[in-house]
Structures are given as structure tokens and as C-alpha cells.
Design a protein around this ligand. Sequence first.
Ligand SMILES: *[C@@H]1O[C@H](CO)[C@@H](O)[C@H](O)[C@H]1NC(C)=O
Ligand SMILES: *[C@@H]1O[C@H](CO)[C@@H](O)[C@H](O)[C@H]1NC(C)=O
Ligand SMILES: *[C@@H]1O[C@H](CO)[C@@H](O)[C@H](O)[C@H]1NC(C)=O
Ligand SMILES: [Zn+2]
Length: 477
Amino acid sequence: MKAQLPFLLVVPFDTPLLEQESCLSGNLLGNYRNGYSLQSVFITDEECISSWAAQTESLSAVFTPAVQGFRQLVWIAEEAIDDSLKVPTSEDQLDLFLERLSSPPQAQDEETFLDSNQDVFIETSKDTGFQLLYRGSSAALLSVPSRVALHLDTVLPRFWKSTPVPSFPIEFIPIPPSSIEPMKSVLANLAYDSSVATIVDSISVPQMRNDIRFLTGEDGQSGIVSRHSFSQGSRVAAAWLKQRFEETGATCRLMSFMQGFAPNVICRYESMVNTTGTVIISGHYDSRGSFGSTRMPGGDDDGSGTTAVLSIARAIARNGVKFRQIVELVAFAGEEQGLYGSRAYANELRSLDANVTLMIQADMLAYRKPGEPMQLGLPKSIGTPEVAQLVANISALYSPELEVGITPACCSDHQSFHEQGYASTQVFERAGPIVDPMYHNSGDLSDREGFDFDQLKAIAKVQFATVLHYAGFELHK
Ligand SMILES: *[C@@H]1O[C@H](CO)[C@@H](O)[C@H](O)[C@H]1NC(C)=O
Ligand SMILES: *[C@@H]1O[C@H](CO)[C@@H](O)[C@H](O)[C@H]1NC(C)=O
Ligand SMILES: *[C@@H]1O[C@H](CO)[C@@H](O)[C@H](O)[C@H]1NC(C)=O
Ligand SMILES: [Zn+2]
């Protein structure tokens, strides 16, 4: 680190800027969304900022001078939501949030964020002092006490999410051509395979309906009120998921990544051939509510993606599928606090130099606005375009009823893998912004208008078919 005081620089995301040699090289703190675009945050010194600003007048920049003694930096940003969800208020959502943040929660307010069985809640620090370092149109950069950073979701407006920003630079790792080439070759040789169609069609809607009702607590049996990462319900869900995946022949482990958080559930099918190549499909099983909302059933977000991945495991077992690469099915926790679980896992894989060839995250698959066609959305900003293209073309073969398009909804767990240089994308329920009226709400149940199991199955089929085509498979029955 340089001797001078650190300055933060917030600029529009620009790959050449990250790749070319400059005083900014090696000083990236990450890329974060602001409205429909991305911004890069750098940590640097005053001299670099002046020289950099002199070269590139065309880009707008925000300098945050001399941040001293910051505790945890967090980026908060508004989700891309459909106009129909926007509530006209006279007050700015960000102002309301900052007001709430300045008044420490009363004991009984804390109660409302907890389910009755919650035993692992880390008490919110009474010291909620924060610094607003940067304010964008739909985003802000704050410095807060680290404990507060973990609990921002309980005070954030419903359509805002927080992401921790590291205090030390991260490496910018582009996706290497050696990951892209095989993707292109699978795409170029892609053809409808009737045995793939038979396998993916065997995904069972009644089974998905049962599975999701356990996760949301709608079955009246699981006792799950919330799957918030710090809740008892998330532990119940993790243990249950591990068992269900193991029943399909996978080897699973619970990966604890941070005190207080429920673990990632990581399950693996070995390869038929000797390879390190690993394909990962995933969803996040943690849920969130919003200010004042106690129940967090997370039926669509992301009970749907979790159920899709589980339905794929069940179909693997039912059809006796064996793969020609290692295949991992993962249910992440900590997504809602800022991709904590997936970051821990992607970092671990990178540190082991793991050969992850493809990663597809399923986050929110089931909601279809009445009157709209069934859709599949692929991410506009975070992800590997070649992976998205492969998924789109596979969708046309096996789920032609889906209208495929681009979504500005952004930044689920695939971002963690993308940041580590792994080819990845996300599948989403809509070729447009979020339109689910129960998003981050106690009404996010599976038994409601618009929750469409046929769309859920259609997208799960695409995720599964992509793995079958990309990893290769044999049937052993
Ligand atoms: C993928 O699908 C698009 C749209 O149908 C088509 O134009 C393109 O040729 C396909 N790509 C490949 C490599 O088959
Ligand atoms: C698998 O491949 C590696 C690297 O090519 C080799 O070292 C290893 O012996 C092989 N293992 C088996 C069981 O064939
Ligand atoms: C990674 O796995 C792929 C797919 O099995 C394989 O072709 C490639 O050689 C592997 N890469 C390395 C560096 O082992
Ligand atoms: Zn989600």
C-alpha cells in the first residue's frame, strides 16, 4: 500500500480501464451497480487521481477524499424494478434509509426481524455511526461498523441491496480464452438430443411443489418461518437440503464461511472420466424480508432457484445420469447480505486453482406477471456473454415456450465466480426488471397468483440441459 492517505475513486465500469497499465492498476475494490449501469471503485492516492483525471476528461468521476479509519465499506444500490412496483413517495428512499440508520434500533424493533426460534442473531451494535462517502442516482457508498454491515438488510428499503466492499484491492481476473473456446465449440456443434429432452422433461412439477412448500413453511411441517441467513429456519433448510441431495447419490458438505451465517450446501457428483473440469449449478436458499416484515418465506427469491437445483438432482438420480465432468450442485447462504457464501466458495476454489469450466446461478425463476408470456432472462451486465448465448440457444431447443431476453436485474451469486475469472451466468424469470410484487416480502409464497410452476420447470430444464450438453453424460440404469 502507498504511504499517502487512501482516496476512493468511483467511476463508470470500463474494461480497458481495468486492463491497461496505470496508477489504478491493482487498486480495484470491485464493480458495483448504480441504476442500470456498473461503477468501479478504486482505492488510491491523491496524486494518482489527479494524473488519471488529467488523461480522461470524458469519464465522470467522484473522488472521496481521505477516508480515514473506515470500518466496513458497503455499497448499497437499488434493484432494477418494473415501473409497476414503484411507489410514488415524496421522500427519497435513500434519505429514509439514512434516517433509519442514524437511529439505533430499539430492542422491540430487533424482535420484529427475528423468528421465534432464532438463536444466532448477532446483536446490532448501538453504535450505528456511519459515513456517507458517495451518493449516486440509485446507489451509495457508506462506511459503517462491521456489525451493522451484516444487518443492513433489516433497515434497507425493500428494493435496495447491500454488498460489502473490501478495504484492500482485489485482483481483476478476466475470463481466460481457454474457458471461452470450449463454450464456443459446444455452441457451434449444438443440436437437439432426444435423450437430453427425455431426461430434462422428467423434472417433476408435483415434486417441486412439495419441495418448495417445505422451504417456505407452507407445508405446515417444516416449521420454517424465515430462511434469513441468521435464522434457525435457515439451519433447518440446510440440513434438509443436504439430505435430499445425498439421497440422489451426491456427496455433500456444509461449508461454514462466517460466524452467525448458515452454511453453503455443496454437493458433488464425480466424473466418469479423469478430469478436473467442474460444472457448477446453484441457487441461494437464504431469504430476506424488508423493514418491518417478519415472515420471510422466500418462495420465489430464491426458493424457486433452490428447488430447480434440487429438481435437477432428483432427475439425475431418476435417470441414472453420470457426467463426463465433475458436477456440483450448490445452495448458497448469505446472498442477501451481499454474496457472502458464494464469495467464500469462489475464493476457495480460486485459491485451489480449481478448474471450474461453467457456473450457472438460478435466482428467481417462478414469478410470471399475469398476461405476460413465460420468459427466461439473462444478465445484461455481470456474466460471460458466451455462456448466456449457449443457455439461450439451449433454451430454444428444450423449452421453446420461453421468450428469452436480457434482464437488468443483477448481481446474484454468479458474480462471485465471474470475479474469480470463471465463466458464468444467471437464469432469471423475466426478460426485464423485477416485477414480483412479493419481492423481499412476507407474501413471497408459492401458492399465489403469478407463481408459475410451468415456467419454473421450463427454466430448470434449460439449466439442466446446459449441464448435460456442456459436461457430457452417460446413462447407467
Ligand atoms: C443461436 O441462436 C441464434 C438465434 O436463433 C442463431 O441465430 C444462432 O445461429 C445460434 N448459434 C449457434 C452457434 O447455433
Ligand atoms: C488422472 O490424470 C492425471 C493428470 O493427467 C494423472 O496424473 C492421474 O494419474 C490420472 N488418474 C487416474 C486415476 O488415471
Ligand atoms: C479443465 O477441464 C476441462 C474439461 O474437462 C479440460 O478440457 C481442461 O483440460 C481442464 N483444464 C486444466 C487446466 O486441467
Ligand atoms: Zn435472490
